[in-house]
Each structure stands twice: as structure tokens, then as C-alpha cells.
Design a protein around this ligand. Structure first.
Ligand code: TNX
Length: 528
């Protein structure tokens, strides 16, 4: 970091002393912190180019060597060796942990990362250059590091299920955009998708619903009449967590509580207040059927589930949902009312606050930290919870001013399940809203915050709710190219540039085509 600062200062001084400054760009997304294109010449990377690497960085080198196979039409990955010429990678702890410096000369390429993470991101930058330049990489020097430590993308697999293979493809796309967190929304009213050994009913019963709402509104003809389900075994989960970790993406699991839990209540009716059987929900929205916050058995259940979740996910942050929990059932429930009395709680909001605080204690006692949607603020939040601000930015601002860590993900800017054009023509049926590429790109996540509060904004995230997203192609079209805009907000917020972004996006489009990723055409054909 210190090194990059010195470099930027030197560059600024140089610019003061030159009369003509041409903004050189390599069309990389997200934009690197510093690019020097002054040197002439190129270096040609082919399928025969060696990657020179020591044991510590073998994972990163081999992954790159494998990723390049389709581009060079190779049957085997590019060769990784310990000595020689080609693409050399190493680390230097003077550089920011996620940063890197890349020097391309006519003799070869050198990437020095602050750690294996930095090397990985350097190689992602190089991959873009190689693919769009067909192996011809211009001589240059790049020094790079991210703005935000938390660069998240969310995926809802409860409303529609995505296979292990689909999730890995999604992870590949995230990694290429230098995203480092996948928020995996694993449970909701319409399906419980993670195997929990202690409660097999959660998946044997809770992962299947009788049909799905496929229209807008609640008319009978809008349901499809087809049973729908799916879940991940614990082996599947371990496989995905490992796959993501190799790409330096931490998976944050979300187990929804006490609301958005009707599928769990279907499987285990004693989790509810009235204990009557409810179905795995076939409708979208907010259901009154929520977990009972009065019975000790609910707390036992949550701790037992989290114990298995903690075993499966190394993430320090564990997401406990906390959003959209109607309190009707609690008002009529003798257990909830007794708990409120015993704990001296004024109202049902405070009862939710009690549940959340108790779960946070459990997570902390097991070496983890809690993150939840901004409703966790309503019942009086502890100073140690991380808040995900979705109902707007106000919750995030309030939390940051109190000194809670915040991830900004306001619905008006970060809901990638929303339409991308005003006319909605050709987009298929989606939940609503309107978030074009330009709106994401123009977002300032620090708006409304003074310097003190700013440092609590640990990152930003876009969310992918899957009520109307049923397959991986649609998922990709909703994600791309808006993720490119989001990645510039996450990685390079102060380096965004309205005059160069269009050309950069045209270059990135070539990269998407080469990768075979599906993307929406609207940004490219000018439709907002
Ligand atoms: C709100 S964001 C929800 C989700 C829905 C989404 C639809 C949040 C914490 N809750 O349950 O899927 O809107 O856009």
C-alpha cells in the first residue's frame, strides 16, 4: 500500500510537469490503480509460454494455466515450472495483501502480489489482456489494489435451486471481476437447501414445494402445478466452498431466522408458535409463519444448525438473515409473551432483538461474527454485529455512525433481479424495479457519510434474488454486464471514468464472448 501511494505521488508530480498528458488505458475492468504504458513493444503469450512459480503460489499458477486452455486450444494446462522465462509470479509483503504489481517487457511478464490473493488478481488482469489481445500483451507497468475489503455478490438458491455446476460457473464469473465474497442465501420460505445431519427432515421435507408461482399476482392460473425442489449435501457444500476458496472467494452462508423460514416450519412444525402444519410456501413475499422466539427448543435448533454450518464454512462472518419477520404469531403466542415478560422486553421488536443477540453470542463463542439484514437494527443491535443495509442507505449510515461494520446493498441500486431497461422489452418476466448499468456505475457508496463513519463501510454487494430466475442463462444475463459496473464500485470507486467506460466495456464484451458467458445486450445497444 505504501508503495502504491509513493507511485501515485510520483505520477501526479510528473503530470504537473508535463504539458500534454494522454490518458493511457489498457481497458481493464475493474480499473487498476496505476497504469504506465510509456514503454514500447509487446510480449507474446502463447500456449507454450511457461509460468515460473514456487510451491507457495502453485494453486494460483495452475488455475491460470488451466483457465487459459480453451483460449489456446490446449489439451493440457500451460506448463508451470520452477525456473526459466515467461510469466513469473512471486509475492512481496510490502504490497497490499490483495494488490499486485505487473511488469510486462519484451523479455517476459513479472507479477508480484502482496500475497497469493494479489497474485491471483494480477493473473485475472493478465487473463483479460491475453484474451482480448489474442496473446499480444503491450509492455506496461500496473500497480493495483482494491478500494473495499468486502466485495460481495449474493445468490438466492432457495426460491430457485442452482446446481453445484451452476454455482461454480457463477463463482468463475465473480472471480474474473475480482469479487471476494459470495453471500449464499441457502434457506427461505420456499425451500431449505442445505443438508443438516441432525435434522434430516429439513431437506427430505423442506426442500420440496408442490408448485411455483410463475406469474405476477395471486390468480390460480399463475401457479405451474409442478413439484419443485433440490438441495446440497454436505459434500456438495464442501466441494463448492473449496472451489471458491481456490479463487479467493469466501462463501458467507445465510440461514434465515426467525422469518423467511416457512420451509423449516413445514419440516419441523414445533419450530412455529401454533405448531400446525404449514406447506413449503409456493408464493413470493412475506409470510406470517415464522419461528417461535419464546420456546427454548427454537434456540436449541438454531444453535445445532449453526454448529454444522460453522463446520462447513470457514467464513468468519455468518449471515443470520433477520429480515422481514412479521410479529402476528408472536403477539398471540403464550411462549413468546412469557419470554418477553421473563426478559423484561417491551414489545415484539425487542423480542427479535433478544433472539438475534443470543444467536450472536453463540457465534462469537464459536469464533465467528454475525452479519444480518438491516432489520437487526430495529430490536436494538449490539456494537459487534455487521449490518447489511438493503432497505436503503439510511440503516447503513445509522449503523456506521454507531461504529458497526456495514455492507451497503441498497435495493434501488444493488438488486440485480430488477429489470435493466425502462421498457422491459425482451427481458422476460422479473420481479419489478429498474436498475440499468449506468445507475450502478454512478453510485457513490460513501454518500451521506463523514470521514469517521466512512471507515465502517467495509464493502458493497449486489443481490440476486431468484423468484423469477430459474436457470443459469437467465442468471448470467441478470448479472452481466451490471457486475462490471459493480466491480468498478467495489475495486476502484475513485477511478471510475464516464468517458472511458464505454470503450472498456466493448473490450470486456469480447472477453465475455470468449468465456462463453451470457450477458444482457442493453448497455451495448444503448437501451436504459
Ligand atoms: C426483499 S432483501 C427480500 C427478499 C426478496 C427480495 C425481492 C431482503 C432482505 N428480503 O426476500 O427476495 O426483496 O427483490
Amino acid at each position: 500500500m505504501r508503495r502504491l501511494l509513493t507511485l501515485l505521488l510520483a505520477a501526479a508530480t510528473l503530470m504537473l510537469h508535463t504539458t500534454t498528458t494522454e490518458a493511457a488505458t489498457l481497458n481493464i475492468i475493474p480499473e487498476p490503480a496505476y497504469v504506465d504504458l510509456a514503454a514500447e513493444g509487446t510480449y507474446l503469450v502463447t500456449g507454450k509460454t511457461h509460468i515460473i512459480v514456487n510451491d507457495e503460489l502453485w494453486n494460483e499458477a495452475e488455475l491460470f494455466a488451466t483457465e487459459m486452455m480453451p483460449h489456446f486450444n490446449l489439451k493440457k494446462p500451460m506448463k508451470c515450472v520452477k525456473r526459466g522465462k515467461g510469466i513469473k509470479v512471486r509475492t512481496d509483503s510490502c504490497i497490499h495483501e490483495e494488490g499486485y504489481e505487473m511488469t510486462v517487457s519484451e523479455e517476459g511478464i513479472l507479477i508480484i502480489g502482496g500475497s497469493a490473493k494479489g497474485v491471483f488478481y494480477g493473473l485475472q488482469t493478465l487473463r483479460q489482456l491475453i484474451v482480448v489481445g489474442n496473446g499480444v500483451v503491450p509492455c506496461c507497468f500496473i500497480a493495483d489494489e482494491p478500494t473495499f475489503a468486502y466485495r460481495g455478490v449474493h445468490l438466492d438458491v432457495a426460491r430457485h435451486f442452482f446446481s453445484v455446476e451452476d454455482v461454480k460457473r457463477y463463482i468463475d464469473i465473480l472471480a474474473a471481476h475480482k469479487v471476494n465474497r459470495l453471500h449464499w442465501h441457502l434457506t427461505d420460505d420456499q425451500g431449505w437447501r442445505i443438508e443438516i445431519k441432525r435434522y434430516p427432515e429439513l431437506t427430505t421435507k423442506g426442500s420440496m414445494r408442490s408448485e411455483t408461482l410463475i406469474g405476477h399476482g395471486l390468480r390460480p392460473e399463475f401457479w405451474d402445478g409442478k413439484p419443485y425442489g433440490g438441495y446440497y449435501t454436505q459434500d456438495d457444500i464442501r466441494d463448492v466452498v473449496e472451489y471458491a476458496a481456490q479463487r479467493h472467494i469466501v462463501i458467507i452462508p445465510e440461514i434465515e431466522m426467525p422469518g423467511h423460514a416457512q420451509a423449516a416450519l413445514h419440516a419441523l412444525p414445533w419450530l412455529g408458535c401454533h405448531e400446525q402444519i404449514v406447506d413449503v410456501w409456493t408464493t413470493w413475499g412475506v409470510t406470517p409463519e415464522v419461528m417461535c422466539a419464546g420456546k427454548e427448543t427454537t434456540y436449541e435448533f438454531l444453535e445445532n444448525v449453526l454448529a454444522e454450518v460453522i463446520e462447513l464454512f470457514p467464513s468468519e462472518l455468518i449471515h443470520i438473515g433477520g429480515d422481514e419477520c412479521p410479529k402476528e404469531r408472536w403477539k398471540e403466542c403464550e411462549h413468546c409473551q412469557a419470554m418477553m415478560k421473563a426478559q423484561g422486553l417491551e414489545n415484539e421488536e425487542e423480542l427479535q432483538g433478544y433472539l438475534v443477540a443470543r444467536i450472536e453470542k453463540y457465534l462469537n463463542a464459536h469464533g465467528r461474527k454475525m452479519i444480518g439484514w438491516d432489520e437487526i437494527l430495529d430490536g436494538g443491535v449490539t456494537p459487534t454485529a455487521t449490518v447489511m443495509s438493503w432497505r436503503g442507505i439510511e440503516g447503513g449510515i445509522y449503523a456506521a455512525k454507531r461504529g458497526n461494520n456495514v455492507v451497503m446493498t441498497p435495493m434501488s441500486l444493488c438488486y440485480f433481479n430488477f429489470y435493466q431497461t425502462e421498457s422491459r422489452k425482451g427481458e422476460g418476466l422479473h420481479i419489478g424495479g429498474h436498475i440499468p448499468f449506468e445507475k450502478v456505475y454512478a453510485w457513490d457508496p460513501y454518500a451521506g457519510l463523514d470521514d469517521d463513519a466512512r471507515k465502517y463501510i467495509i464493502g458493497v454487494q449486489c443481490n440476486m434474488w431468484s423468484e423469477y430466475i430459474k436457470d443459469i442463462e437467465t442468471l448470467e444475463v441478470m448479472l452481466l454486464p451490471r457486475l462490471a459496473a459493480m466491480s468498478e464500485v467495489q475495486w476502484s470507486v475513485d477511478r471510475r471514468n464516464d468517458t472511458t467506460i464505454r470503450e472498456k466495456m466493448n473490450t470486456l464484451r469480447g472477453f465475455y464472448d470468449a468465456m462463453g458467458w451470457h450477458y444482457a445486450p442493453y448497455y451495448f445497444d444503448g437501451r436504459k
